[in-house]
Design a protein around this ligand. Structure first.
Ligand code: AMP
Ligand code: ZN
Length: 467
C-alpha cells in the first residue's frame, strides 16, 4: 500500500513497525455539540483508510479518543472551554453534554456506515495516565511549572515544527482570539499540560494531582490514550488538516520527549469540507448535520458517496446541488447493480483478480474515486450476474455504500417513476400518430430507446420493455 505522509510530504510505501500489524489512531470528536458533515468527511475517509488496510490483509487495531475535557475554543489554550460552553448553552452538566453528544456522534457514524474503532476512550477515563506522562516530562526537563499551571517547553526540542509550512497565521494563533496572552509561557508556542489556575473558576471537572486540583490540557490525551492502547510505536495517526498545528505538533512533542524515540510513522490528514462561503463551522448559519440532511430527505449514504467521489487530500465544497447530483448518480449506480441478474456460478478466480485490482487502486493513497470507477468497469464486463454481485460485495467492504442492499422502497419508487414516464411518452406518441405527426412519433420512440426502453406496436396495443 502507498500513503501520503504529512511528515515527508510524499507518497510512501506503507511499512508498519510490526510486519502485518497496524497501530492506528484517530483524533475523536470534541463532544460539546453535534458533529457537522465536515467533521464527518474526516471520519468517513479515516474509515475507508482502516478498511483499505484490512482489505489489503493488514491486522489493524484502531483507537479513538473522545474529547470531553480540556479543549478550549482556540486550539492554543485560549478562549472559552468548549465543554463548559455546551453545558451552559443547554443548562446541563458537562457529563450530560458529553454523553448526549457522544451518543449522537456514534449514531451519525452508524448512519454513514463508519465502523466503530476497536477502542473508543473518553479523555476523562485516563487522568492517572495523563498525570504520569506529565510527571515524566517534568523529570526529564521538558516541562515547567508557572503560575500554578504545568507547561510543555517547546524550546527543549531539536525541531518543534515537524510538519513545516506553518503559516504566520498559525504562529499567531494564540493572539487570534481577543484574549490576553498567557504571560506564564516561556515561549510563544509552549502549551498547557495541566491547568490548576485558569480563568475558568467554574470548571466543572477537576481532579487532584501532584500540582493541585485541576484538569488536563487538550493535547496530552491523544499521546496518552494512544500509548495506553497501542504501545510506544504508532503506525498511522489521523485527523483533519486543522489538527496538524498545534494539536498534532504538540502530540509529537510530548510523546517523543516522553519515550525518547520516534513515535508515529505516518500522518494522514483529511482536507476540509467547506461550504460555498468558505470554512464549515458550527457557529455559522445553518449547521450542517446528518440529521439536517435526513430532514431534507437525503440518504446519509448518498453523502458518503458524495465524499468518496473526491480525493481526501483536496478541499471539497459542499452545496445542495452537488449533493443532489451525487444522490442521482448513487441511485443510478445502485439501480444498475440491483438489475444485475442473480444467475450463474460465482467465478472465484475473477473475484480474486478484481480484489487484487481494487486493493491496488484504493491502496494507492486511498483513491476512492478510482475505486468507484472500477465498480463501473466490473458492471461493464461480460461476467455472469452472480460473479458481478460477488465482486461488488467485495468492493463494498471498503466503500460501505450498501450497494447490494435492496432498498425496496427506493427501488419501488424508481420503478413507479419509470413506468409513469414511459406510459406518458407512449400516450404522447399515440396522439402524435393520430395527428399524423410521424416525425414526432419517431422522435419519441428514439427518446425512449436512448433510455434503454424498447416499444413495440402489437395488436393488443403498445408494449414496452427494457433493452
Ligand atoms: P473536533 O470535534 O472539532 O475536534 O473535530 C473532529 C474532526 O473533524 C477533527 O479530525 C478535525 O480535524 C476535523 N474537521 C474539523 N473541521 C472539518 C472540516 N470542515 N472538514 C473536514 N474535517 C474537519
Ligand atoms: Zn488528537
Amino acid at each position: 500500500m502507498y500513503l501520503y505522509n504529512s511528515l515527508s510530504k510524499k507518497v510512501e510505501e506503507f511499512v508498519p513497525h510490526t510486519p502485518g500489524k497496524v497501530a492506528m489512531y484517530t483524533c475523536g470528536p470534541t463532544v460539546y455539540h453535534f458533529a457537522h458533515i465536515g467533521n464527518l468527511r474526516s471520519y468517513i475517509m479515516e474509515d475507508v483508510l482502516e478498511k483499505t488496510l484490512r482489505y489489503n490483509g493488514f491486522d489493524v487495531k484502531r483507537v479513538m479518543n473522545i474529547t470531553d475535557v480540556g479543549h478550549l475554543s482556540s486550539d492554543a489554550d485560549s478562549g472559552e472551554d468548549k465543554m463548559l460552553k455546551g453545558a451552559k448553552r443547554e443548562h446541563k452538566s458537562v457529563m450530560e453534554i458529553a454523553k448526549y453528544y457522544t451518543d449522537a456522534f456514534m449514531s451519525d457514524c452508524a448512519k454513514l456506515n463508519i465502523k466503530t474503532p476497536d477502542v473508543v476512550e473518553p479523555a476523562t477515563n485516563c487522568i492517572p495516565e495523563f498525570i504520569h506522562m506529565i510527571e515524566v516530562l517534568l523529570e526529564k526537563g521538558y516541562a515547567y511549572k508557572a503560575g500554578e499551571n504545568i507547561y510543555f517547553d517547546t524550546s527543549k526540542l531539536e525541531s518543534y515544527y515537524v510538519f513545516g509550512n506553518q503559516s504566520s497565521d498559525d504562529l499567531k494563533i494564540g493572539a487570534r482570539d481577543d484574549v490576553t496572552e498567557d504571560t506564564n509561557k516561556r515561549n510563544k508556542n509552549d502549551f498547557v499540560l495541566w491547568f490548576t489556575k485558569s480563568k475558568f473558576e467554574d470548571q466543572a471537572l477537576k481532579w487532584d494531582s501532584p500540582w493541585g486540583v485541576g484538569y488536563p490540557g487538550w493535547h496530552i490525551e491523544c499521546s496518552c490514550i494512544g500509548m495506553k492502547h497501542l504501545g510506544e510505536y504508532m503506525d498511522i495517526h489521523c485527523g483533519g488538516v486543522d489538527n496538524m498545528f498545534p494539536h498534532h505538533t504538540n502530540e509529537i512533542a510530548q510523546s517523543e520527549a516522553f519515550s525518547g524515540h520516534k513515535w508515529c510513522k505516518y500522518w494522514f490528514h483529511v482536507h476540509h469540507l467547506n461550504d460555498e462561503t468558505g470554512k464549515m463551522s458550527k457557529s455559522k448559519g445553518e449547521f450542517l448535520t446528518v440529521s439536517l440532511l435526513e430532514e431534507k430527505g437525503y440518504d446519509p449514504i448518498a453523502y458518503r458517496f458524495f465524499t468518496l467521489l473526491s480525493h481526501y487530500r483536496k478541499p471539497l465544497t459542499f452545496s445542495y446541488d452537488a449533493l443532489d447530483q451525487a444522490t442521482a448518480t448513487y441511485k443510478k449506480l445502485k439501480n444498475k447493480i440491483l438489475l444485475v441478474p442473480e444467475e450463474g456460478e460465482v467465478d472465484e478466480k475473477a473475484v480474486e483478480e478484481w480484489h487484487g485490482k481494487f486493493a491496488e487502486t484504493v491502496g494507492n493513497d486511498v483513491n476512492t474515486s478510482m475505486g468507484i470507477t472500477l465498480l463501473y468497469d466490473v458492471l461493464k464486463t461480460d461476467l455472469n450476474g452472480n460473479t458481478k454481485r460477488a465482486i461488488v460485495d467485495d468492493f463494498d467492504y471498503v466503500l460501505s455504500l450498501d450497494l447490494l442492499k435492496a432498498d425496496e422502497e427506493a427501488k419501488g419508487g424508481e420503478e413507479d417513476e419509470l413506468t409513469a414516464y414511459v406510459e406518458a411518452k407512449i400516450e404522447e406518441r399515440k396522439q402524435a400518430k393520430k395527428a399524423k405527426d410521424f416525425e414526432k412519433a419517431d422522435a419519441i420512440r428514439n427518446e425512449l430507446l436512448s433510455k434503454g426502453i424498447v416499444i413495440e406496436d402489437t395488436r393488443e396495443g403498445v408494449k414496452w420493455k427494457r433493452q
